[in-house]
Design a binder for this molecule. Structure first.
Ligand code: ADP
Ligand code: ZN
Length: 218
């Protein structure tokens, strides 16, 4: 039973690879970003609070995030593995996670900033099923339409240059220190580096799968 974290900067490909691994491995994916994007569609005090952070590219406060995570972990069927995408993002969240569950492996996506900026500003997402596309590097067959479900594609409101810059800064300051935290705890790492803009996702996923198999985790 796989208990993994997929780790990396915004736009590193966490969601894209995690959703493909989900199908191949039959595990659940908990995507914090997706959960919050659903949450802000509601009308509630919590949702307007969360929205104000997301719009700025800032992190939602740890106490809120941890509660949401716990609720979702509890919903996973017994014996089913999971991949965490977008959690933990702060040292506080990582320490909390430690008290909740053990982690087998961290899949660390290493991507230079210039690729991230280029990718995020041209990213499109299916409104129905969440599949990620890119108008330059990962085009749908028909412009503006999802290959899988024919749903409409949209651009995330935080995928604009100003907010992207802030999300990268937040990643550098608050999230990247987690690498040292987990290395110190001797949690195994799978490092996967992206060097070009046209890296096909399926190839990257094959590499991740091969590394998981080597470790008897897939
Ligand atoms: P990204 O593409 O930046 O990785 P996500 O879709 O994972 O974006 O998350 C979008 C936004 O949701 C973040 O910028 C942040 O405001 C909020 N968020 C997601 N996960 C967390 C978390 N673990 N802690 C705090 N805020 C989070
Ligand atoms: Zn779709």
């Amino acid at each position: 039973m796989l208990k993994a974290i997929i780790f990396g900067a915004p736009g590193a490909g966490k969601g894209t690879y995690a959703s493909r691994l989900q199908t191949k491995l039959g595990v659940d994916v908990i995507s914090m970003g997706d959960i919050f994007r659903e949450l802000v569609k509601e009308k509630s005090e919590l949702s307007s609070k969360v929205k104000s952070y997301m719009e700025k590219g800032a992190l939602v406060p740890d106490d809120v995030v941890v509660e949401v995570l716990k609720a979702h972990l509890a919903k996973i069927s017994k014996g089913k593995g999971f991949i965490l995408d977008g959690f933990p993002r702060t040292l506080e969240q990582a320490k909390k996670l430690d008290t909740i569950t053990k982690i087998d492996v961290i899949m660390q996506l290493i991507v230079p900033d210039w690729i991230i900026i280029e990718r995020l500003s041209t990213r499109r997402i299916c409104k129905n099923c969440g599949t990620v596309y890119n108008v330059k590097f990962l085009k749908p067959k028909v412009e503006g339409v999802c290959d899988k479900c024919e749903g409409p594609l949209y651009q995330r409101s935080d995928d604009n240059p100003e907010t992207i810059k802030n999300r990268l800064k937040v990643y550098q300051e608050q999230t990247s220190p987690l690498i040292a935290f987990y290395k110190e705890k001797k949690v195994p790492f799978i490092e996967l580096e992206t060097k070009t803009l046209d890296q096909p996702p399926d190839l990257m996923v094959e590499k991740l799968l091969a590394e998981l198999k080597k470790r008897n985790l897939a």
